[in-house]
Write a new protein. Structure first.
Length: 69
């Protein structure tokens, strides 16, 4: 009798888990994960472009230009 209770509870838990994961997890959590990942990618790109601009500004040509002015 205990085995049948465990089997029924396991089947019920599996059914609830699959229903929740397909109907609630995908439409709610997946977009949140995408929203969390997209800004981190944009900030990384912005950081890379900022580093490139910083390297160009701190080059010897920009230093010599400021000294001549």
């Amino acid at each position: 009798m205990t085995y049948s209770c465990l089997a029924v509870s396991l089947v019920w838990f599996t059914a609830v888990w699959t229903f929740w994961s397909h109907h609630y997890f995908v439409p709610t959590v997946a977009p949140l994960l995408v929203l969390l990942l997209v800004p981190s990618r944009q900030s990384q790109r912005h950081k890379d472009s900022h580093d490139v601009n910083g390297d160009v500004k701190s080059g010897p040509s920009s230093d010599s230009n400021t000294k001549q002015d």
